[in-house]
Design a protein around this ligand. Structure first.
Ligand code: ZN
Length: 349
């Protein structure tokens, strides 16, 4: 997948694309950042650009954050369609090596040795060799020792990319020999876009899942979509109900339809998800108070409803409700009864 089709990270993509074309890319790189934000995809896009038979220009419309940039003349991107790009996408290109933890969860020294051996020769079919080590923090000490020398003096025309969510687990000597690029979280809008375009989510499902994803497509996918819509609906309903009912009336309605009527695990999971949705909505209410635009909102698609809620939730109440929701989540994590947590929270909002 070429750079232009990868969501977010515009500045990093620009930096990498420019350096690759100019030949100034450091040969040993660490791509660090949260899981599920596209680090390995950017590494593959780089491998495609390096070896593409028919590169195209990367325009301002491909990098939305950079539209004010004046000099885009030397920004290139892989075509994504030539034989080389396709072979890399299918993971059968002789010069693009991907290493990932095996079934044991760790990267073995044999895997590293094989990559080093292959990297010692000139590229076989392409212009440059790219070795991508996924979850590089899973290299044991032996494997890290084995690759150290190669990272220090990489063979010609080779680029090593260590992809990791935990760069601090790499030994200091490796860290000091690699240039580190930091990947941030994606915006909720970017996550929703990926879910719709690449995973067939409907817009409602994508928006709901994105609002609880912490800026990670991986996390959104892990949780499944239907539950998100339900959880967010329940959270919104709760806030709308408490907004309309001052505390005495609330005593009658109890926990306001929050999941948690039984002690089952299903209820515990459902309540946890609803509480996370609640946090996300309350955070947006706080952001609305600070005049944030839609891009800063996790639940931008609910904006009219949020504006209405905002009348009942001033800054103080929003903050108190957010803190209470946080306490409720902690209690739930410590195995408190879902019913007790739900009842308690309904009176704190
Ligand atoms: Zn191509």
């Amino acid at each position: 997948m070429p750079f232009r089709e990868i969501a977010g990270h515009d500045h990093l993509k620009e930096l990498i694309a420019r350096a690759a074309v100019r030949g100034t890319l450091p040969p040993s790189l660490i791509f660090a950042g949260p899981p599920g934000v596209g680090k390995a995809m950017v590494a593959l896009a780089l491998a495609q650009l390096v070896n593409c038979l028919d590169p195209r220009t990367l325009g301002p419309s491909d990098l939305s954050d950079l539209s004010d940039l004046s000099d885009l003349s030397d920004l290139s991107d892989a075509c994504g369609e030539c034989a080389s790009c396709r072979r890399i996408a299918r993971d059968v290109h002789a010069d693009v090596l991907r290493i990932a933890p095996g079934e044991t969860g760790s990267i073995k020294i044999e895997q590293i040795r094989e990559a080093i051996e292959r990297a010692a020769y000139r590229p076989f079919e392409g212009r440059g060799r790219v070795v991508i080590i996924d979850q590089a923090e899973q290299m044991g000490d032996n494997a890290q020792d084995a690759i150290l020398k190669t990272l220090e003096e990489p063979p010609n025309a080779s680029t090593f990319i260590l992809v990791t969510e935990a760069p601090d687990l790499l030994v200091q000597t490796i860290r000091s020999r690699c240039q580190r690029l930091r990947f941030g979280r994606l915006s909720p809008g970017d996550v929703a876009e990926v879910l719709m375009v690449s995973h067939g989510y409907t817009e409602a499902d994508a928006r709901a899942a994105a609002s609880l994803s912490d800026g990670s497509v991986g996390k959104a996918l892990e949780e499944g979509s239907e539950d998100f819509v339900e959880a967010r609906g329940a959270a919104l309903h709760l806030l709308e109900t408490v907004a309309d009912h001052p505390p005495p009336a609330r005593r009658i309605t109890g926990s306001m339809g929050l999941p948690g009527a039984t002690k089952g695990k299903a209820d515990r999971d459902a309540l946890g998800q609803t509480l996370r949705a609640l946090s996300s909505i309350l955070r947006d209410l706080g952001a609305l108070g600070a005049q944030a635009d839609d891009r800063a909102l996790a639940n931008a698609d609910l904006r009219p409803k949020l504006e209405r809620l905002r009348r009942a939730f001033d800054a103080d109440r929003t903050l108190r409700a957010f803190a209470a929701t946080d306490r409720a989540l902690n209690a739930l994590d410590r195995n408190a009864s879902p019913k007790i947590v739900a009842d308690w929270l309904a009176f704190q909002l």
